[in-house]
Design a protein around this ligand. Structure first.
Ligand code: GAR
Length: 206
């Protein structure tokens, strides 16, 4: 059996994407282990979720650091101490420092609840509804120095229904997030994709 990839998961909130990763690992669909979960929010439900599964979970308080650089240096230290090979951003609501991005170049993934490059940033389901798009969805991408601009690994399309609210659209998108995030992680940790320019291509594609 090939060694399990060690994941470090960064989350700010409830962590339903983390849960889907855990479920896929437990079902044997993802050959990985979660070495550590880090949150920047003290009361984030994700910390409880992780501890219930005996996964190491840390809260890192931005207020303990003079600046953003110090905060991310601490996160980098925790990731190294736990031998993390891949960083998984799962609802982490901060822009990562350049030095941490570079330390995990092509080994840091993010999930975003819109079809990038449309609607980067925050409150994107609301923005999609207000804009009037007929389709939205979610995107898993490598993290680069921009905001939600890295090479796209997988996307899923979700139709916007006439009676959708921000809540109902978010829920339908989230269901697809739970499906494609583990799938994208699987592709990356098994070395089954290559990056050509901005394109992420499956190596077994003829
Ligand atoms: C997810 O919808 C994720 O795509 C989004 O936060 C939510 C976290 O939910 N991420 C972003 O908006 C990143 N900019 P979860 O905590 O239940 O996984």
């Amino acid at each position: 059996m090939i060694n399990k990839a060690k994941l470090g998961v960064l989350v700010s909130g409830r962590g339903s994407n983390l849960q889907s990763i855990i479920d896929n690992i437990e079902k044997g669909k993802l050959n990985a282990e979660i070495a550590v979960v880090i949150s920047d929010v003290k009361d984030a439900y994700v910390l409880e979720r992780a501890r219930k599964r005996n996964i190491k979970a840390c809260f890192v308080n931005t207020k303990d650091f003079k600046n953003r650089g110090g905060f991310f240096d601490e996160i980098g230290k925790i990731l190294r101490q736990n031998s993390v090979e891949y960083v998984i951003l799962a609802g982490f609501m901060r822009i990562i420092s350049l030095s941490l991005i570079n330390a995990y170049k092509n080994r840091m993934l993010n999930i975003h609840p819109a079809l990038l490059p449309s609607f980067p940033g925050l409150w994107v389901q609301k923005k999609a509804l207000e804009y009037g798009v007929k389709y939205s969805g979610c995107t898993v991408h490598f993290v680069d120095e921009g905001c939600d601009t890295g090479p796209i690994i997988l996307q899923a399309v979700v139709p916007v229904l006439d009676n959708d609210t921000e809540e109902t659209l978010s829920q339908r998108i989230l269901k697809e997030e739970h499906r494609i995030y583990p799938e994208a992680i699987d592709l990356v940790i098994n070395g089954r994709v290559k990056i050509v320019g901005r394109r992420v291509i499956k190596k077994d594609t003829k």
